[in-house]
Structures are given as structure tokens and as C-alpha cells.
Design a protein around this ligand. Structure first.
Ligand code: ATP
Ligand code: MG
Length: 397
């Protein structure tokens, strides 16, 4: 195994639990990462101690996931999630266990986990507990269900999304039986809440292989959100043409799905997936910008910036380059770098200045807009005296 060791505060959580007579070990993503030689972004501890006991042992805890047996331990101003060993009973709705039972047994806890690579534990003595051959699967870059794949996907249909997401993120192949089970169980994805689907789709979009979305769609996992699946030569590979930022990837996904007749409009699709209103707004504005011809002059960029804001226009420029080639983003960047005015905020005169000239109400608003349009065309003239005199002359004429 690569020489990644848990930081001191994590070791302290493990040894404290152990000293109080409980079993405690690292589990899940952090173990997988350590075996792969990657620094984990967070550390999860599993223990035989009950949540109340964990709260009693550590002075600073947050009972955030108590229902699932998870207590957040605050230690040296860091957080460690400590979860009591548990097993899960039937999943009658394909997404939530009917009951969660705390168990004293590590193997039972590992066997409820989704994939062999996520079902490995490392106790404080460092001797790996790997009842399902997860280490070997990591070495062979394979994603394999713990237990019988079909049953595991029937229990929780989200695991199908997780398989594809991990496969895209890690570059691992999904083992044959697990893959066949996804094809068969895909209709169960329709029972999942849109929020859970959204989070998984976003996580996949933010990997370095977002084009794997096409597999997710081809397998039927998004059928309840689409009019139809992808045509034979899908263009989803273009997702990789925009930087790894959630807004850019959602906007691009919406564009590509719409272009290929899978959705009617990006806005409806994102609304149904319960994206936040700001993202939906930015994506639909981005789609509106892309329907127009690409700006050729700086002033046209400034008009867009004024109307839609920097983030949306940047998103549209990135999408346009990824869809059609060209260097829209480069042109936009030089407009932004020039520091030239494109918003009222940076106009050299304010509403108060115009009030002092005797303007008010609608006339004042119109004049500000007129001056802004003027300055967007003649940026060197964004000077107070000059603009006030222009306002006076315009009023008089
Ligand atoms: P990441 O690096 O993305 O956080 P992770 O493996 O830590 O990867 P989490 O979603 O944080 O993934 O889950 C932590 C662990 O909980 C997993 O490694 C897995 O053992 C278990 N787990 C999470 N979700 C499920 C699920 N739907 N079904 C079964 N086990 C799950
Ligand atoms: Mg995790």
C-alpha cells in the first residue's frame, strides 16, 4: 500500500475509541484512496460504539446524522464522521432501508456497503480487513458490487449511478455482472428522488470524464427525465470542452441534450432535476445567448455583460467554443481585462448626479441607460464632467 497515513487528529479518534474498549477503524472512501495512493479529502471512522457512547467519549460532537448512527467529532478544529457499525434491513422503496440496526460486527457493516473497493476497513493496528477482495479489485481497477448485484441495486437504485460515477472518476471498469444488473435494474432509477439523481449526475459531470453521461443515458438511468435516449453518434463528448465547473457542465449538458432531441428545453430539464433557481436562470440565459450570433465587437460583449452578468456570459462563451470552436472566451476575457465600463456601477455618473441636474423618475432612468450605452461604445469617455455635459445637452435638445 502507498505510504499515506492518516493525520494525527484522525489517529487520535481511533485510539481514543479503542482505549475505551470499542472497535474502531477507517472505512469507505478514505481507505480506497489510501490504497490508491491518493490523499483522502475526508476521513470516515466506523465503530462498535453506539452514537450516545461516541458523544460521551468526545467533548465536542455534532449529532448531525444520528438517525443513521453518525456523529461528527470535532477534534483539533477538524471534523471526523464517526458511524456506528450497522446493517440494513429490507428496502421496500428501492432507496431507503426500512430500518437501520446497529451491530457490533465490522463484517456486517462492510457487507451493507456498495462496492468491494468501498468495503475495506483499516483498524488502528493497520492490518487491512477486506472480506470481499476490494484491494484486488482496486489493483485491477474494477468496480464490483458487494454481494448479488441485482439485489443490491433493487435495495438502492442510486448505487447504479454511483457505479458509473466512480467508474468515470477513477477510470475503473464496471465488472460484467454488475454492469448487466444495471441494464436490468435501470427502470428502478425512476423511483429515486430528483435531488439524489441530481447530486449523482453533478458528481459525474464534475469528473474528468463527463462524457460518460452518455452511458448513463444509454443504460436508461435518466429515462424519466428525457423524451428519448441519445442518437447513435452522440455529441456528449463535448462536455469535456468546458472547464470543470458545475454551472458550465450543466449548461453544456442542457445544450447538448436539447440539440439531440432528448429534452425540449434546458430549463424544464433542470427544473425537474431540482437544480437551484440561480443555476437554472444562468443556464437558460446561456441558451438564449447561444441562440444569437457570436459577438464580434467589444461593445456587443459589453451589452451582453450588462444584461446577463459576468458568470452567465463566461459560461456562454465557454459553451460556444466547446460547441462550435473559435475563441469567444479569449475575446470576452480581453474585454473584461480592459476594465472598460459595462454596468451602471462603473459609470462615472450616478443617479444622484442626474437628480442634481433636475432629472427624475423614468427620465432619469432613461438617461442613465443612454449614458451607459454611450460609454460602452466610447469607453474613453467615461468621465463625469463629460457625461454630465452630454446629459445636459441631450435634455435641452
Ligand atoms: P467520495 O470520495 O466520493 O466521498 P466515498 O466512497 O467516501 O467517496 P461516500 O458517498 O462519502 O463515498 O460514502 C462513504 C461510504 O459509504 C462509501 O465508501 C460506501 O462504503 C458507503 N456508501 C455510501 N453510499 C452508499 C450506498 N448508496 N449504498 C451502500 N453503501 C454506500
Ligand atoms: Mg466520502
Amino acid at each position: 500500500m502507498a505510504s499515506i497515513t492518516p493525520p494525527k487528529y484522525v489517529r487520535q479518534v481511533l485510539t481514543t475509541l479503542q482505549a475505551r474498549g470499542h472497535l474502531a477503524c477507517l472505512v469507505g472512501g478514505c481507505v480506497r484512496d489510501m490504497i490508491m495512493g491518493v490523499h483522502p479529502h475526508d476521513w470516515d471512522v466506523s465503530t462498535s460504539a453506539l452514537p450516545e457512547e461516541v458523544m460521551e467519549i468526545f467533548p465536542h460532537t455534532l449529532p448531525v446524522g444520528l438517525r443513521h448512527g453518525t456523529v461528527t467529532v470535532m477534534i483539533q478544529s477538524r471534523k471526523v464522521e464517526v458511524t456506528t457499525f450497522r446493517s440494513e434491513s429490507a428496502y421496500s422503496d428501492h432507496r431507503h432501508p426500512d430500518a437501520v440496526q446497529f451491530v457490533g460486527d465490522l463484517t456486517a457493516d462492510l457487507s451493507r456497503r456498495d462496492f468491494t473497493m468501498n468495503a475495506i476497513a483499516i483498524p488502528p493496528d493497520g492490518l487491512i480487513v477486506d472480506p470481499f477482495g476490494g484491494v484486488q479489485d482496486i489493483q485491477n481497477k474494477i468496480i464490483r458490487c458487494v454481494g448479488e448485484p441485482e439485489r443490491r441495486f433493487e435495495e438502492d437504485a442510486l448505487r447504479m449511478f454511483r457505479a458509473l460515477r466512480f467508474s468515470a472518476r477513477l477510470g475503473f471498469a464496471i465488472e460484467e455482472h454488475s454492469m448487466a444488473a444495471i441494464s436490468r435494474c435501470a427502470p428502478l432509477a425512476g423511483d429515486l428522488s430528483p435531488e439524489r439523481v441530481r447530486d449523482e449526475v453533478e458528481a459525474l459531470l464534475l469528473t474528468t470524464r463527463p462524457e460518460r453521461m452518455d452511458e448513463l443515458i444509454e443504460l436508461g438511468l435518466l429515462d424519466s427525465y428525457l423524451l428519448q435516449r441519445l442518437p447513435p453518434y452522440s455529441t456528449l463528448f463535448r462536455l469535456n470542452g468546458v472547464p470543470r465547473k458545475s454551472l458550465f457542465r450543466w449548461a453544456m449538458l442542457g445544450e447538448l441534450l436539447e440539440e439531440q432531441g432528448c429534452i425540449r428545453a434546458s430549463e424544464d430539464f433542470l427544473l425537474r432535476l431540482r437544480l437551484d433557481s440561480r443555476t437554472i436562470r444562468c443556464c437558460s440565459d446561456c441558451a438564449a445567448i447561444l441562440r444569437q450570433a457570436a459577438p464580434t465587437q467589444a461593445v456587443e460583449w459589453k451589452q451582453l455583460l450588462n444584461r446577463y452578468g459576468v458568470e452567465t456570459v463566461t459560461c456562454a462563451a465557454r459553451c460556444r467554443d466547446a460547441l462550435l470552436g473559435g475563441n469567444s472566451f479569449g475575446k470576452l476575457r480581453s474585454v473584461l481585462k480592459s476594465g472598460e465600463c459595462f454596468s451602471m456601477k462603473h459609470l462615472a455618473v450616478t443617479g444622484d448626479d442626474l437628480l442634481a441636474l433636475g432629472l427624475q423618475g423614468r427620465a432619469l432612468g432613461d438617461m442613465l441607460q443612454f449614458l451607459l450605452n454611450y460609454v460602452m461604445t466610447f469607453p474613453q469617455n467615461n468621465r463625469k464632467e463629460l457625461l454630465l455635459s452630454l446629459a445636459r445637452d441631450t435634455e435641452e435638445s
